[in-house]
Design a protein around this ligand. Structure first.
Ligand code: 3H9
Length: 662
C-alpha cells in the first residue's frame, strides 16, 4: 500500500496510507454505529495492515462528530452476522502493528470497547466516553467489563458500567481510560508516530486489575444494587466487573459475552430499546420539519410559586435571561427567595458551583412590575389554574409584550384554545406543560393549540431541547396526554377499591409491578383537592349512568386533602405513610351505601385492570389525534408519571405500539 492508494475495506470503512501509517476512517452516518459492514471493514483493515510489510502502525478514527456510538441497536433483534465485535477486537488487540484510537467524538458502548482494544488512545477534549449498555437492559458485550477495570481500577469501572455513566475526556485521562487529549486526535496520533519518542503501546488485556479493598467497593456495589430495583443488567454488570479481578481475561470475556447475549434476548432489554427509539421518533414532529424556530434569549415567567420558580431555575440552568413577574412586590420578594433557595440547594448538592450560581443570578430579575416582560421573546405563565385568571392575564400581556413574542400557558387542565382566543394574536400561543418540580422533571408536554403556527411550535420544541427536557407534543384535550391517562388510571384505581381492594393493596401491586409509587400514594402527594374541584365542576354534565366512586369526595369533605394536611388516602406521621383505619371505615361505608359486597381482588387483577385502563385511554388519544404515536404516550407515562421504563409503557405492554425491529 502506498501514499496514493484509496482503500475501501467495506461500504463504511475506508483507509489511506500516510507515511507508512494506515489511517482507517469509519464513516457510517448518522452516528457511526458498529454495523455488520463496519465490523467487516474494520477487521479487513487490521488484516490488510498486518499482511503488508510497509505498514508500521494503524490509526482508527471516525468521520464527523462521533467516533463510534456503539453496536447498531437496530440489529439486535435480527440473526447475528459475522464477524462479531469481540472477534474484531481480538484481531485489533493481537495485531502485530500497533493500533491507535483517535477518538474524534463520542465513544459509547461498542465504540469505547473498540478504543479499549487499541494499544493507545487519544481523544478530543469534547469527546464523551462511556458504556451505557445497562440503559438498554444489557451489559457490554465486547470486553468492556473486562478491559475497563484493567485501566481504571474496579471502583471507577463499577460506577461507569453499572450506572451507564459517560465521562468527558479530562476525566477519562485522569482515570486512565485514555493516554492523551488533543484538539485533533488524528493529527496528534500521526505526529506521535513520526516523532522519535514513540507512544508506549500496550495491550489492555495484559494489565492486571489493581486490588481494591472491599470497604471501598462494597458501598458502590450496594448502592447500585438497591437502585437497580430488581433489574438484571446493573446487577450483572457489578458481578462481571468484580470478577475481572479474579478471573483470567478470556474466561471473563466468555462470561461477559454469554451474559450479554442472554440479556439481549430479555423482555427488559426489548422494552428499553423500544423506549430508546421512541425518544428519537418523538423528536420528529409533523408540520415543523425544516421550520426555523424564532430566536429566544429572554424568557418571562409570570407566577413564581412552586411551579413558576422551578421553571425559572430550569431556564436559568439552560442559560436564558429570565424575568419573573408577580402581582405585587411582596409576592415577587417571596418568589425571589424561593428561586434563590432552589439554586442554593443545587449549590449545596454540587450540581452547580459558586460561579454558576453567580452567573444564574446575574441573568435573573424578579419584580412586581409587568413592564419587565416588554422585551421577552417568550412568556410562560404559571399562575392559578383558573380560566378567568389565565384569560385576564393573557389579555393584559397582549398590551405589554412585543407582537412577535410567544405566549405559553402551563395549564394542566384548562382548554388552551380558549386562553389563546382571549388574545389579539392566538397564533402565537402554545402550551408548555411542565411537571413538578419543573427544574428536575424531564418531561415537557408541548401543546399544539388549534391556531399555533408551525414556527411557534418549533420554537417551543427548541426551547424544550435547550432546557434539557424531553418534549412530547400533545393536541388539545382536557389534561392533554398525561393527565388524561392519569385520570383513567385514577378512575380504575377507585373502582378497584370500591370492588374490594384496599388502597394499600393497589399501591403495593403497582409498586411491585415497577411503578415508582402506587396511585393512592401519588394522589396524596399531589393533593386531592384539585381533582375534587374538577369533579364538582363536571357534576352537572356527568352521565348519570356512568359508574362514579365517591370515596375521594368523602375524604375531601372530611378535610383529608393528602400529605400536606397529614391525612388523605393514608395518614402521615412525621412524613411517614401509614394505613389509616378511618379510611378503611369510610371505604366500607361508601361500599355499603351502594350495596357493594367487597370481594378479594388479586394483585394480578389490579395490575391488569390498571394497565388496561391506561392503554384504552391511550387508544382514544391516538384515535382523536391528540397523541401522534403510541410511543409518545409511553414516554409521557415513563417520564412524568413513574411508569417503569423497562416495561416500555402501557401502550407497549398492550401491544399497541409499533416497535421497530428490536
Ligand atoms: C452496545 O454497544 C453493545 C456492545 O457493548 C456490545 C456489542 C457486541 N445504533 O440520538 P440521536 C440513531 S449497545 C443504531 O438523535 P444525537 C438514532 O436512532 C449501544 N442507531 O443523535 C437516530 O436515528 P434516526 C451502546 C443509533 O446526536 C440517529 O442515530 N450505545 C444508535 O442526539 C441519531 O441519534 C448507546 O447506547 C445505535 N447505537 O446523539 C449509544 N445510536 O435519525 C446510543 C443512535 O433514524 N446513542 N442511533 O431517528 C446515543 O446515545 C446517541 O444517539 C448519541 C448521538 C449520543 C450517539
Amino acid at each position: 500500500m502506498t501514499n496514493s492508494d484509496e482503500l475501501l475495506f467495506s461500504t463504511c470503512v475506508s483507509g489511506r496510507i500516510d507515511d507508512g501509517v494506515l489511517v482507517v476512517t469509519i464513516d457510517n452516518p448518522p452516528v457511526n454505529a458498529a454495523s455488520a459492514a463496519m465490523r467487516a471493514g474494520l477487521l479487513g483493515a487490521v488484516h490488510a495492515a498486518n499482511n503488508d510489510g510497509s505498514v508500521k502502525a494503524v490509526i482508527v478514527t471516525g468521520n464527523g462528530r462521533i467516533f463510534v456510538s456503539g453496536a447498531d441497536i437496530g440489529e439486535f433483534g435480527k440473526p447475528p452476522v459475522d464477524p462479531s465485535l469481540p472477534d474484531v477486537l481480538e484481531a485489533i488487540e493481537q495485531s502485530a502493528k500497533p493500533v491507535i484510537a483517535a477518538i474524534n467524538g463520542a465513544a459509547l458502548g461498542g465504540g469505547l470497547e473498540i478504543a479499549l482494544a487499541c494499544h493507545y488512545r487519544i481523544a478530543s477534549p469534547a469527546a464523551s466516553l462511556g458504556l451505557p449498555e445497562v440503559k438498554l437492559g444489557i451489559v457490554p458485550g465486547a470486553g468492556g467489563t473486562q478491559r475497563l477495570p484493567r485501566l481504571t481500577g474496579l471502583a471507577v469501572a463499577l460506577d461507569m458500567i453499572a450506572n451507564g455513566r459517560a465521562v468527558k475526556a479530562a476525566e477519562a485521562l485522569a482515570s486512565g481510560i485514555i493516554d492523551a487529549i488533543a484538539d485533533n486526535p488524528l493529527a496528534d496520533a500521526l505526529g506521535k508516530l513520526k516523532s522519535d519518542e514513540k507512544p508506549s503501546f500496550r495491550k489492555t488485556s495484559d494489565l492486571a486489575v489493581q486490588a481494591e479493598s472491599t470497604d471501598k467497593l462494597e458501598p458502590i456495589a450496594s448502592k447500585i444494587r438497591s437502585r437497580a430495583r430488581g433489574l438484571a443488567a446493573p446487577l450483572e454488570a457489578v458481578r462481571l466487573v468484580l470478577a475481572s479481578a479474579t478471573t483470567a481475561f478470556h474466561d471473563g470475556l466468555a462470561d461477559e459475552r454469554n451474559t450479554f447475549i442472554r440479556l439481549r434476548e430479555s423482555a427488559e432489554s426489548a422494552a428499553l430499546r423500544y423506549v430508546f427509539f421512541a425518544e428519537r421518533e418523538a423528536a420528529k414532529v409533523d408540520g415543523v420539519k425544516d421550520v426555523a424556530p424564532r430566536s429566544v434569549k429572554k424568557i418571562g415567567i409570570v407566577g413564581t410559586g412552586l411551579m413558576g420558580s422551578g421553571i425559572v431555575v430550569s431556564a436559568l440552568d439552560a442559560g436564558y435571561h429570565v424575568t419573573g413577574v408577580e402581582q405585587t412586590d411582596e409576592a415577587a420578594q417571596k418568589g425571589l427567595e424561593r428561586i434563590v433557595g432552589l439554586l442554593e440547594r443545587n449549590l449545596k448538592s454540587g450540581r452547580i458551583d459558586e460561579a454558576g450560581l453567580a452567573a444564574r443570578l446575574s441573568r435573573l430579575s424578579v419584580s412586581g412590575d409587568f413592564a419587565g416582560l416588554a422585551d421577552a421573546d417568550l412568556v410562560i405563565e404559571a399562575v392559578f389554574d383558573e380560566m378567568a385568571v389565565k384569560t385576564g392575564l393573557f389579555r393584559r400581556l397582549d398590551g405589554i409584550v412585543r407582537p412577535d413574542a410567544i405566549l405559553a400557558t402551563n395549564t394542566s387542565y384548562l382548554d388552551p384554545d380558549l386562553i389563546a382566543a382571549a388574545t389579539q394574536y392566538p397564533e402565537r400561543v402554545l402550551g408548555l406543560h411542565f411537571f413538578s418540580p419543573a427544574n428536575i422533571m424531564r418531561l415537557l408536554e408541548v401543546v399544539r393549540c388549534a391556531r399555533t403556527t408551525p414556527d411557534v411550535l418549533a420554537t417551543g420544541l427548541a426551547v424544550a431541547k435547550k432546557l434539557g427536557k424531553l418534549a412530547i407534543v400533545s393536541g388539545v384535550t382536557e389534561g392533554f396526554i398525561g393527565n388524561s391517562i392519569f385520570s383513567a388510571y385514577r378512575r380504575e384505581a377507585e373502582f378497584l377499591v370500591e370492588d374490594g381492594a384496599s388502597p394499600e393493596a393497589v399501591d403495593a401491586a403497582m409498586e411491585d409491578y415497577g411503578m415508582a409509587m402506587g396511585p393512592f400514594a401519588v394522589f396524596d402527594m399531589a393533593g386531592l383537592e384539585i381533582a375534587w374541584a374538577r369533579r364538582k365542576r363536571q357534576a352537572a354534565t356527568r352521565d348519570p349512568s356512568a359508574r362514579y366512586v365517591d370515596i375521594a369526595d368523602r375524604l375531601c369533605e372530611a378535610g383529608r386533602f393528602g400529605q400536606k394536611t397529614g391525612r388523605g388516602w393514608y395518614r402521615y406521621e412525621n412524613g411517614k405513610r401509614q394505613v389509616d383505619f378511618e379510611v378503611a371505615e369510610m371505604i366500607d361505608q361508601a361500599r355499603s351505601s351502594k350495596g357493594i359486597v367487597p370481594r378479594l381482588v388479586a394483585a394480578k387483577e389490579i395490575t391488569d385492570r390498571l394497565l388496561a385502563a391506561m392503554a384504552s385511554e391511550g387508544k382514544r388519544l391516538l384515535g382523536t389525534g391528540v397523541a401522534a404515536r403510541a410511543g409518545d404516550i409511553d414516554l409521557v407515562m415513563i417520564n412524568g408519571y413513574g411508569f417503569p421504563s423497562h416495561k416500555g409503557g402501557p401502550m407497549y405492554q398492550a401491544g399497541l405500539a409499533d416497535s421497530p425491529a428490536i
